[in-house]
Design a protein around this ligand. Sequence first.
Ligand code: NAD
Length: 338
Amino acid sequence: MKVAVFSAVRYDREFLDAANAASGHQLDFFDVPLGAQSLALAAGHEVVCILPNDAADADTLAALAAGGCRLLALRSTGFNNVDLQAAARAAIKVVRVSAYSPYSVAEHAVALLLALDRKIPRAYNRVRDGNFSLDGLMGFDLHGKTVAVVGTGRIGRAFARIMVGFGCEVIGYDTHPVPDFETLGGRYAALAEIGARADVVSLHCPLTPDNHHIINAESLGRLKRGALLINTSRGGLVDTEAVIAALKSGHLGGLGIDVYEQEAALFFHDLSGTIITDDLFERLLTFPNVIVTGHQAFFTREAITTICATTIASIDDFEAGNPLANEIPIPPTVPTGV
Ligand code: NAD
């Protein structure tokens, strides 16, 4: 099949080409995101393959269908960037990679937490500068602390398991609790208890219309003073202005994020020679107790291998007319989940 791969960078080519070796689809790689400016590139391709920051809205999907697209293959788990109702109207099936490596994201959340707590970026820069003073680098033991996991799905549970191993008390909140979380040593708690007791809060729930800005001035105000917030899930879960206010007042003890609500204009691009005009993002970078990575939590060899293999397998199944194991069902009325 002819496949238009958008937002393709070097590793996409390398790993998708390897996964496609036996299938022989025609993969056309485009390094630009899918959008109004790049739609013409998709013409004549039956499959369009995208990432979370490629917007598949109603107009885009209608234009893709007109160009011959019948399958939209997401190289991601989250699908909040796709208008599923519009895809159904355009007779485009949508598949995703429903599971790859929960460990990749969970381990990155732990990396952010440790780097924040033990001030690794500051320590690294100091040592390189010949400054071996420890002043200002004091952290705290994670052992014995209370860690809250919001969203106890695959990634949340992988994160919780590591935190249990560190000797933390792990409490969780989920709209759909699962017994596995308690089996691994976690305990479900009400949001009020999480606010009152958590030393660390890590977000692992999808972004849905119901939980946009779940971290806002009010919920931040309920947090214990000095708590750390980790977000490897989706930027839209967090009200950045409220977080900046909480950091300025000292109420929030630190922030580690891999995702940012306006990240589409920034992440995955080399902007080192340009002026970044997002003042909220730039303000975040001025805090010594904020660590930002550019949506790289998924980025391990194991995860990329699985993402590419699953994507090619979905295209194989679509071509063969087989059931699509990773098809996203069209919600009857409620729009997208992630
Ligand atoms: P999952 O579906 O296995 O688990 C999500 C859990 O969140 C479910 O248990 C669900 O019931 C729960 N949930 C839904 N709404 C909630 C709410 N309002 N409050 C609390 N819990 C809620 O998903 P997963 O594989 O664990 O992935 C979680 C999220 O991680 C994805 O949706 C995506 O946004 C994010 N993600 C980020 C990266 C990255 O590179 N940074 C990579 C993959 C996934």
